[in-house]
Design a protein around this ligand. Structure first.
Ligand code: ATP
Ligand code: MG
Length: 251
């Protein structure tokens, strides 16, 4: 059965989407069958892999008007499929609030295709609201991208408390798959300090690979391409390739 990872950090702009796209792309290049699920109404993941945000999207999937196989689209990378999201998804966040079993809509929606993939990667919005809870309920493990700055430490504590609550209630099987650093700038003392502190506190939970700040990574989405297609030789590409290997190795 495929393994489901969810990219979560309630802080905005820490690299959730960039990481989900590029880890997914390198998993696919390694021969794994991968499904990316855009679960953020900003739809950044969708445009980042060149998908239009036209219907049907993940919103129609949640609403039950289409099946998972009808919303899945191919990307430019072999073995890498994706489900798009659009601004409609922000409506789902409101509509779900009154529903019974509201945390399980995404899990149920993906059930029929789970066995067709080695990995399903879900990209969440920057909040710990109902959409992210759906992401956590649907997953086996949480991957936490973290920027190397002081406030990131406070954010991570809140996030881990939420994960504990989810483990006690809606998804007892959920584990922390790992924390990794993004947009690392080795020239700043603060970045080095944050990495040291987080590593000494969270130990093996932290992935060895650190993603550096790299302008090519920020350019790639405007071409609708993962970094492996846009500039496979840049340092950002090499780093995500290593991180994807590490994620696969950890299982
Ligand atoms: P949101 O919380 O809004 O969904 P996010 O956590 O998904 O944001 P991204 O969209 O992946 O974060 O990244 C935020 C911005 O930083 C984007 O413009 C992205 O292109 C850029 N970016 C991400 N990673 C890197 C990197 N390693 N080096 C340079 N720029 C990066
Ligand atoms: Mg994002």
């Amino acid at each position: 059965m495929g393994k489901v990872f969810v990219f979560v950090n309630q802080k905005g702009g820490v690299g959730k989407t960039t990481s989900a796209i590029n880890i997914g792309a390198y998993m696919a290049l390694a021969g794994k069958k991968v499904l990316l699920v855009d679960f953020d109404s900003q739809g950044n993941m969708s445009s980042g892999v060149g998908l239009s945000k036209e219907k049907p999207t993940v919103y129609e999937l949640l609403a039950g008007s289409v099946s998972a196989s009808e919303v899945i689209r191919q990307t430019s990378v072999k073995n890498l499929d994706a489900i798009a999201a659009s601004i409609d998804l922000s409506g789902a966040a409101i509509e779900l609030v009154d529903q019974k079993d509201r945390e399980y809509f995404l899990k149920n929606a993906l059930e029929s295709v789970r066995n067709e993939y080695d990995y399903i990667l879900i990209d969440c919005p920057p909040s710990l609201g109902i959409l992210t809870l759906n992401g956590l309920a649907a997953s086996d493990a949480v991957l936490v991208p973290m920027q190397c700055e002081y406030f990131a430490l406070e954010g991570i504590t809140l996030l881990l408390q939420t994960v504990k609550k989810v483990q006690k209630s809606i998804n007892p099987g959920l584990v922390i798959g790992g924390i990794f650093f993004t947009m690392y700038d080795s020239r700043t003392r603060l970045a080095q300090d944050v990495v040291m502190q987080v590593k000494s506190y969270f130990k093996d939970v932290v992935f060895n690979t650190i993603i550096p700040r790299n302008v090519r990574l920020s350019e790639a989405p405007s071409h609708g391409l993962p970094i492996c297609k846009y500039d496979p030789s840049c340092i950002g590409a090499k780093s995500y390739e290593k991180l994807a290997e590490e994620v696969i190795r950890r299982g």
